[in-house]
Design a binder for this molecule. Sequence first.
Ligand code: ADP
Ligand code: MG
Length: 642
Amino acid sequence: MAKGTINVSVENIFPLIKKFLYSDHEIFLRELISNATDATLKLKHLSSIGEGKVVYKNPQIEIKIDKEGKKLHIIDQGVGMTKEEVGKYINEVAFSGAEEFLEKYKDSAKDSGIIGHFGLGFYSAFMVAERVEIITKSYLENEDAVKWECDGSPEFTLVKDKRKEVGTEIILHIAEDSTEFLEEHRINELLSKYNKFMPIPIKFGTKEIADPKHTPKTTKDKDGKETTEPQKMITVDNIVNNPNPAWTKQPADLKKEDYTSFYRELYPMQFEEPLFNIHLNVDYPFNLTGILYFPKMKANLDVQKDRIQLYQNQVFVTDNVEGIVPEFLQMLRGVIDSPDIPLNVSRSYLQADGAVKKIASYITKKVGDKLQSLFKKDRAEFEKKWNDIKIVIEYGMLSEPKFFEKAQKFALFPTVDNTYFTFDELKTKVKDVQTDKDGNLVLLYATNAEEQHGYTEQAKEKGYEVLLLDSPIVSHLIQKFETENSEMSADKTPIKFVRVDSDSIDNLIKKDEEHISKLSDDEKGKLKEIVEGIVPKEKYTVQLEALDSKSNPFTITQPEFMRRMKEMQATGGGGMMGMSNFPEMYNLVVNTNNELMQKILKAKGKREEYVSQALDLAKLSQNLLKGKDLTDFIKRSFDLLK
Ligand code: ADP
Ligand code: MG
């Protein structure tokens, strides 16, 4: 029997490991299964290059709970270790056999999928175990099996063992404070979190299934009564993982259904189908595979829990992809697998990492390309999906300049009548009718087709196109379009976005037309005085306009600039500080050419009634009439019917 001291420079590394190395104790199982997987993949590799007398059948990894004995077993059929190897790989903490293997078989093994590389994973076992045994037999001929044992102090024992099969069994004597890991449901939970897609089948217990070789017979007795014999059941291994997940396959080998069923596998609780997917696959200058899905997006950017999952060689690492996936794409779902992401560093450092930056811009580019090709291939279908994907695209346009550029080709501007324009198409379409006297191209929009219906109809009557822009970040986006297409950019026509209810119809797009007022200047002065005396001054600025006599007498508008700044501030980012403290201010546009104005000027006794009624109607069309004002309005209206 050999005795020795684990070779570490620190006096006792175990308390350190227990406390600091991994904040999450549960990852010990992931680490041990990763080692078992590595050992199996090594054997597979050795057999593929015909080294020695390697036998590689259909190896699996088995997890076993021994509740009475308070033990957890992890058993593999991999390469195993010789006595010397245990000495080297296990007793020298931070010496990685995985790295050594990759170094030795450099060229042939680089795609073998070997996981380990820090040489620390094994010791995570001591986070949950008070004693650990390794029983292992190397694939090399004439090597005895050995048993290593250690109780968490730097002392270990190493003795011969009678194990016959090649492979390794790790036995964890679970510590008092970690007995949760002797519960089947807890182990199941871990296996499905970390090991669901690992490349070697993992067996955890057995299950009963209907015997596929047996079809129950149905017999009829003499009265014609049918009886069916019971189905024979058989016991089979319960394999908990899918060793060949979709993202490890070639896109050409996958059909649409395969992508959908993989989505189900990833998110069993998601009942809606994804809209489409993007298969990622690069091996230079970094290694990355994965599948991203566009789910139907809710208009409110609520925190979603089914997020993109990050894997390294099919081992789950995290579902926090902050710093790796550009923010606007974190709304997507799916999987990214890359061994090249340095995860042992802080997130802020990660964002500065060159390789990670390249990964982020690769993903952005792929998403842009995919959207563009969907748009080109089937525009009608793309238009149908637009409402469900626009949030991601619009957010991307705001946050990634490169994506903004690319998205010019497929970002859509829908009208209230469901016509979809690209930005260029829109400009061409409205150029003649919607250029104002100063040469600005004015793009009209509504944010709510129902609420702004009256204003929209007026604009449409004038032959204007009215867009329906209803995402929560639209104020930021149109601001960006205006900046990109301002007087500053010499080659472009300046663009202005104006909401349909932000001014009187004639002022939305100012033309060089003279409007003749039916009222004299004297009458106008008097009218203004009357109206201002009745409507609440602190809320409304009275603005007289000589509009079409058929246009409404009173209209309430809210200037574009003020409203937009407020919105931008409410949704975060740009805008002006303190803007939210501004009172809600509106303009009351009074149409001097409407017949009602004569009535107001003449009828002294009914003045107040006319003005109040007209104001309330204007408020009603802006959805501003509420509470007591609404009650008074209804009463007044009924009185008028008398
Ligand atoms: P890493 O996996 O990063 O190399 P670990 O601490 O997890 O570091 O493991 C150290 C080494 O011990 C491995 O590289 C491997 O050589 C050896 N080892 C651990 N577990 C097994 C196993 N189940 N079968 C064979 N070798 C193993
Ligand atoms: Mg390891």
